[in-house]
Design a protein around this ligand. Structure first.
Ligand SMILES: Cc1ncc(COP(=O)(O)O)c(C=O)c1O
Length: 369
């Protein structure tokens, strides 16, 4: 079976972890500090703060910005649960706007209508490896005195008009096993805000600058040096692994150009780092995914139930009318995409998808597409 994702780990990661193990200093230490410094430089920001996962990175930003009950954060529903749960963690309320049908990203054109006196922040998600329209979103935020927090958990290294994901003010990254760069579990906050960076460094460490002096209410959201050692190797590999993902995407694009499906698309001035290669395949999506599995290819569905339709969100009385989000949830699927996907495996994915889509195209129209 070809899995939807596979971490790109090799002897370098093994050696890096072994070195830390042998040093006896395995918790947060020098490796974490080095990774933070290098990630900040890579993104072009003053501060990168390593934490235990991307969810905690988002929670820490929203908490550090002082969000709480009575505050609204405008975000998207077509995202991973953590975007929403991290807003709710602070007591604030997520307000959902729809996505663009072609990019699956926040539709900045719908923001203004969603802003009320309760609105404090906007949280666009740089989904699947493309940065959201940060200039448009920031311009609206500036007009209304709002803070923009980028959920960059899926966009390591993606560029927007020459700027890296995570460099727009406040951003969270995930380093989960399937991400473009991993530490098994892990995350970063990136920011140029000295005050917030200092606060999050305390927050992740039980509120301590000095041992057993708890300046603020904090927790243990630290990353280990074992994880950071993996992260340093992964960062060395990031540009190469991004190029491999982009090459696979080009091969997929060429192979599917004649099919009646929606291929990944992104606006001028942005690069796509292909965390996911996501297709719009129409109403036969679930059958196509099932047929792909029979052909030995496991595809992903990101995300089959939008956040605003999750039981715990609906129980809070949060409602939204999001036709593009519902359409994406019903008709999109993602193909296996990772640097180690061999040419033979790529061919297997291509053959399986072509066969399945063409079978359904015949079923739908009576003629071949
Ligand atoms: C868009 C998005 N936001 C937040 C997260 C949360 O990151 P983590 O799984 O590291 O907590 C993820 C990762 O799964 C994600 O894809």
């Amino acid at each position: 079976m070809i899995p939807p994702a596979r971490p790109d780990l090799g002897p370098e990661e093994v050696a890096a972890v072994t070195e830390v193990l042998n040093s006896g200093m395995i918790a947060q230490g020098r490796k974490v500090a080095e990774l933070e410094e290098r990630w900040a430089a890579f993104c072009g920001v003053k501060h990168a703060i390593a934490v235990s996962n991307g969810t905690v990175a988002l929670m820490s930003i929203f908490a550090g910005l002082g969000l709480g009950p009575g505050d609204d954060v405008i975000t998207v529903s077509h995202t991973f649960n953590a975007t929403v749960s991290s807003i709710l963690f602070t007591g604030a309320t997520p307000v959902f706007v729809d996505i663009e049908a072609d990019t699956y990203l926040m539709d900045a054109g719908r923001l203004e209508a969603a802003i009320t006196p309760r609105t404090r922040a906007i949280c666009p998600v740089s989904l699947f490896g493309i940065v959201a329209d940060m200039d448009a979103i920031q311009a609206i935020a500036d007009r209304h005195g709002l803070t923009v927090v980028e959920d960059a958990c899926q966009a390591h290294g993606a560029l927007y008009r020459g700027r890296r994901a995570g460099s727009f003010g406040y951003a969270a990254f995930s380093l989960y096993a399937t991400k473009n760069m991993t530490t098994a579990e892990g995350g970063f906050v990136t920011t140029n805000d000295d005050r917030l960076a200092d606060w999050i460094r305390l927050y992740r460490n039980q509120g301590m600058r000095e041992r057993y002096h708890h300046e603020i209410l904090g927790y243990n959201f630290r990353m280990t040096d074992l994880a950071a050692a993996i992260g340093l190797v992964q960062l060395d590999k990031l540009e190469r692994s991004t190029a491999l993902r982009q090459a696979i995407a080009r091969r997929y694009d060429d192979a599917f150009a004649d099919l009646p499906i929606q291929l990944p698309t992104w606006p001028e001035g942005r690069t796509h780092v292909f965390h996911q290669y996501t297709l719009g395949v129409g109403p036969a999506r679930d059958e196509i995914v099932a047929e792909m599995k029979e052909a030995g290819v496991i595809c992903g569905i990101y995300y089959p139930i939008p956040c605003h339709r999750q039981a715990y969100v609906m129980e809070l009385g949060i409602e939204a009318d999001l036709p593009n989000t519902d359409a994406a949830a019903a008709s999109s699927m993602s193909l296996p995409m990772y640097p180690g996907l061999t040419e033979a495996e790529q061919s297997q994915v291509i053959d399986a998808l072509r066969a399945s889509v063409l079978r359904h195209a015949v079923g739908a129209t009576g003629t071949r597409a």
